[in-house]
Write a protein that binds this ligand. Sequence first.
Ligand SMILES: [Zn+2]
Length: 212
Amino acid sequence: MPAGHATPDNPNAQTPLAPSEGSAVTEAPLVIDAAGWLSGGRRVESPNADERPAGEAICLAVIHAISLPPDEFGGDDILRLFTNTLDPAAHPYFAGIAHLRVSSHFLIRRDGELIQFVATTRRAWHAGVSNWQGRSRCNDFSLGIELEGGDAHPFTDAQYAALRPLLRALAERHPVQALAGHSDIAPGRKTDPGPYFEWPRLVGTGIPPRQC
Ligand SMILES: [Zn+2]
């Protein structure tokens, strides 16, 4: 399901006076419920998550890119990695990662399908060793959003069309103040989402893009 269901009670869903603002007015709104799950979204629950530190505000959304095997799209190996069911013998690359205990809150596939692994209220294990504005352990206070892709590939229009309403929904539910790439919070160690990620396409989501 690329974009969830329209909710007629959202006054921002269609703005008759601003018909030319493109996708911002045509994308169906999404809702994150109080428990931290996307209403009506696909869930593949990951065990690789725990509680955030008490009182920690969720102030950052981190954009990642992933593909398994690397640079191959489709299939369910990302889902397997996040649920500790990846077969280390299925591909030479997998032997080195199948033992990892990692997750993200969301994955947006190439066709725009949105999958949630961890409730936003809980801590997903996506950032690793990281630092944002002098604060380490970014998993404590961030949301992780994986886009199926890689450093050498443009992302699809369907992915941006899913990401924008997701960011709006996250900003509605949590005090998200900033967006960052994994490469921004783990420089020298991570390169995702890579040079093809078009940050300007996130303008208008309610979160200032990459202000960190
Ligand atoms: Zn990453």
